[in-house]
Design a protein around this ligand. Sequence first.
Ligand SMILES: [Fe+2]
Length: 402
Amino acid sequence: MVQSCPEASPAKWHLAHTTWFFESFVLSEFLPEYRLFNPDFSWLFNSYYESFSPFPEKKLRASFSRPSLEEVLAYREHVDTAMECLFEREPEPEALRRIELGANHEEQHQELLLTDILNAFFTNPLRPMYRDQGLGIGDRQMRERGSEGAREQGSKATPPLEFRQFEGGLREAGHTGEGFCFDNELPQHRVWLEPFGLANRLVTCGEYAEFIAAGGYTKPELWLSAGWDAVKANGWRAPLYWTEKDGEWTVFTLRGVLPVEQVASAPVSQVSYYEADAYARWAGRRLPTEFEWEAAAEGQPVDGNLLDAGNLTPVSTALVQNQENTKCFGDCWVWTGSAYLGYPGFRPLDGTLGEYNGKFMSGQMVLRGGSCVTPAAHIRATYRNFFSPETRWQFSGIRLAS
Ligand SMILES: [Fe+2]
């Protein structure tokens, strides 16, 4: 039931809330004999749907020690049983649409579970390790060679930063055709792109360490005004999970504490939009727009370092990148330079579910591509994630454009 920052939620809450979604938007409307598991759960596990019911303040989610985990799991069983009942009756098209949305919603929370556990473990001085460092992680060989070997290998393993050139022109952006998408990916519409270049890989921890060493966090000329305010107000001097002791930086991951040398060739993560923007300015580049990113990702297979790879942390680009193409998916969500707005002709879903995406279309930036904790089946080229620009607890990183 730990909630270590206002953006995060307790694991128990994620379990209950994803269950609540099916109860509230599917079963209560489409299974006539359905009985609520507990009427108090209706408001207790409502996240932000104003037109559904009142709900507790988000930062207070950890203050409810009841229901117990056992009770939450029983709630899930109750809802699963009812869902099976509904499936036997060939649900009407609207019910099927809501079920599909509920499944995609649950995938988003699978990602948030890990994002939030990482924050909870980081804020715990014991620094618990979520998963052993031994298996699955891409840079195991570097670790086995020790820190000196890692230092050497770390820089060697990083493929040179190159910019794949795109012609630009008139193209279609947004989702079309078969398969699920969120309302914010619609409607498909035309966008004009000037010729642009997109980096062949994400910015690495090693490169970001150079930005820090060059005084990146002390030079206001590199920062947007609101970004510089955030640096001063929050005392930022490195990404969220970087810690310095006696001049040595370490990075906290779901695989425990790693020396920065060991992850030098892995993508930098847990940076805000402001940091991504300042880094790009320092590097003489810029962030891509969401449509540039989409143009590059279109038609690519979704096979990067995603949840299914089991790394649970960004890994060395050399080990996941084995083709001349720009690989767009996985490791970290990339901050784009695009404000999160509705596409021309955007229409939110009808009713309460219209609150899912549409009401957040102010003061947030679009992120693309999924991360090392995003289920592979969940992500696609048109997928739009969004967070306010000072957000750092996400697996958010940097891809440069020119
Ligand atoms: Fe949710």
